[in-house]
Design a protein around this ligand. Structure first.
Ligand code: CTP
Length: 410
């Protein structure tokens, strides 16, 4: 039976099954996918058929289960046919052997050849005994695949075959199904349909081709905001100086624009602001740039006198041009007279929300994984968010952004 017809309007999933005891659970996943409106083409490795039968998969799937690279009556090249037409490939369970073959690029059976012959996203759901899961070889193969953009649902901890207990149990089919839904449809959250422009990291102002003036910002809070906004349904443009990257599960809904200097960040934000529903300036933008030397300043020429010049205040210039339906959020890094300075900054910058950091407090602000902030509103309300992960702080901030957007801004 051909792959695409008669379900061509449905998202197409290749369900790969490799040979582990958890293969029986992929029957449940198959049923969830079919009930969820997906066209599912199962591909079993030969080892998988020692645990489950093709008849079961064929009966429940959108087309007969396949196991062989050669001799397929419907097409002479089943791997390219499956790989090119897939919207997503899910491998559940993915054994240590399958992961290793995929990591080194073998195409020695139909499932591995299909994984090679696709540009579709791939979601691996490993399942194996704890000792195997913890092997450095398995973890290194997974790290290699993750680096190439493959998504991985970590196994659960619980009872395993043979009475053992530990990490290695296939993730629950319903959580695999939820992940599939998010990959294919995106999560319809409170920021669905919104476009957020977010800045992150510390700018770097050149002194000469070698040296820069910069600050301690790592970009973690801004990158966490971008990832959480995307998980809440937003499309995001992240203007960043940071090398951190973004999480693979949201990489497709975040456009990353790399910049270095305050002037480049200014231009990148100003060019994109008209498309944005909200701007969040989490970047630590340098207030000064240097009149830089085109050549390296030599030590033997003596201590140089640096000429500093003021940079443009991005927030202030954007918020003076804002549309009434846009929400503008600034950050304030303070070390003393924190709330007094912050209230002045809120007014001067003309923002709707100001996220105030006392960067002298322990575990707060620059280069930490945690943050503690006060959210100041233009309406005078202030709310403390106690010390927590930068993702959790992001959720608090974005929940307020979502509700301001719902009110049609101010
Ligand atoms: N900001 C900006 N453009 C600048 C400097 C800062 O858009 N040239 C933004 C930051 O991204 C942040 C907010 O303004 O959202 C406040 O930044 P902060 O460094 O706390 O304040 P400054 O305006 O630089 O004032 P000061 O350094 O004197 O506290």
């Amino acid at each position: 039976m051909p792959f695409a017809t008669p379900d061509s309007s449905k998202p197409r999933i290749v369900l790969g099954v490799s040979g582990g005891i958890a293969a029986y659970k992929s029957v449940e996943l198959l049923r969830l996918l079919r009930d969820g409106g997906y066209h599912v083409a199962p591909v079993l490795t030969r080892e998988a058929t020692r645990f489950v039968g093709t008849v079961t998969f064929s009966a429940l799937a959108s087309e007969p289960a396949r196991t062989e690279l050669f001799g397929d009556p419907s097409t002479p090249i089943p791997h390219t046919y499956l790989g090119q037409n897939a919207d997503l490939i899910v491998v559940a369970p993915a054994t240590a052997h399958l992961i290793a073959r995929y990591a080194i690029g073998l195409g020695d059976d139909l499932l591995c050849a299909t994984l090679l012959a696709t540009k579709a996203p791939v979601l691996l759901c490993p399942a194996m005994h704890t000792e195997m899961w913890e092997q450095p070889s398995v973890q290194e193969n997974l790290a290699t695949l993750r680096r190439r953009g493959v998504m991985v649902i970590e196994p659960d901890t619980g009872p395993l075959a043979g009475g053992d207990v530990g990490p290695g149990r296939l993730a629950d089919p319903s959580s695999i199904f939820e992940r599939v839904e998010r990959i294919i449809h995106g999560y319809r959250g409170p920021l669905s349909g919104r476009h957020l422009l977010i800045s992150a990291g510390g700018t770097r102002e050149p002194i000469d081709p070698v040296r820069v003036i910069t600050n301690r910002s790592s970009g973690r809070q801004g990158h966490a905001l971008a990832e959480v906004a995307s998980r809440l349904g937003a499309s995001v443009t992240l203007v960043t100086t940071s090398e951190l990257g973004v999480a693979l599960d949201v990489v497709r809904s975040i456009e990353v624009v790399k910049v270095e200097t305050a002037a480049q960040m200014h231009d990148a934000i100003v060019q994109r602001i008209s498309d944005a529903d909200a701007l969040i300036m989490a970047a630590a933008v340098s207030d000064f740039s240097v009149r830089s030397s085109p050549q390296k300043i030599k030590r033997h020429d003596g201590v140089p006198q640096l000429r500093l010049e003021a940079t443009a205040d991005i927030l202030a210039s954007v918020s003076s041009l804002r549309r009434p339906d846009q929400v503008i959020v600034g950050f304030a890094a303070e070390t003393n007279d924190v709330m007094e300075n912050a209230r002045d900054k809120l007014r001067q910058k003309g923002v709707d929300l100001l996220i105030v950091n006392d960067v002298s407090a322990p575990g707060v602000g620059f280069a930490h994984d945690t943050n503690e902030v006060t959210i100041l509103g233009r309406d005078g309300r202030s709310e403390s968010v106690s010390l927590r992960s930068k993702e959790a702080v992001s959720l608090e901030i974005l929940t307020r952004v979502a509700s301001l957007l719902l009110q049609g801004a101010l």
